[in-house]
Ligand binder design. Sequence first.
Ligand SMILES: [Zn+2]
Length: 349
Amino acid sequence: MAGPVRDSLVATEGQLVSLVNQLRLKNIFAFVTEGVELGSIGGALSAMSFRTLNKRSYLVDVLAFTPRQMQPLFDIIADESVTKLMWDGRMDASELLHGHAVELRGALDLQLADVDARRRRESFFKQKCRLRRRGLRMRKITKEGFKYVHRLNGLAGAAEEYGVIPPRQRTYEPVPQFDQSRWLQRPFTDVQIEYAAEDVRYIMALYHIFSKRRYIADEESLKLQTRAYHAIYRAGRRDKGNIYTMTSLMPLEILDLPTSQDGATSSCHGCRRDLTKKSFALASADKCFVCVALDKEQGRFPQPVNRDSARKGAVRGRGRGQRGARSGGVQGGTHHGLGVTNAVAPLAG
Ligand SMILES: [Zn+2]
């Protein structure tokens, strides 16, 4: 992988100026960020990957430039009128905001379009099959508790489901991990460059498929939903100690944004989001539907325990792939699978 792979690298000021001009001209591109613990406490941005409609990919080595040199590119990221096609941009948005004071605007998060299309076309039974996990058996997935709960598709999973890449062989062999911690080392390896290029290639391919199938019926609505989705970590970087803040389940009140008729909000004791009462099963419930579902998935059931002693040991989730960011299911699976939880709060306060 010598020439073509390395050709996409943007590491000199001339290359950066040329890319900025290209992106301004195109006005729409697929976009991902790469780095270590992106968007979480202790995270750092390493690179930004772009792909234009005419199938050209670029990998910007962020560490090769000063903040002043990066500013014109950051201005495009913050420009509402330039469309960024993304897949689960929550951590990208958090890293850009908290690490570089850049507000990501004008993004279309295709992960949302995927969930929205699925909830329209699929039966509840099909959705149950997606929700099913080791700790979450079919019989536990009731319409009552899971009507609003949807499994997120990771980028690789979606690429597979929509035929962008061939289905992976289902084996029980462990898949080799991509070493995310290498992102702050230089020079980039060919594997890293290829990895970043693959992300934007999948996103662009999915965009074409979703457009053809009319999954993005209303771009303006999707932009509003995306803005709410990407604002989840607006108040601060994600705290990995709270397993409810990054799961493979679609957060509530994003696809169905709250309206003034939905009334007052209260804070969910799991994800800490302020949500209207429609997101809680009962007025007395202290966790939203998604956080309750997550407890069930992890085998934590509400029981009358003292809140102070309500700490449990490690629980295992099931990650199905190895990709880090943008892999809804994957990120949730691998991350929350390793955490020590502070769960088990009684249902009624
Ligand atoms: Zn919640």
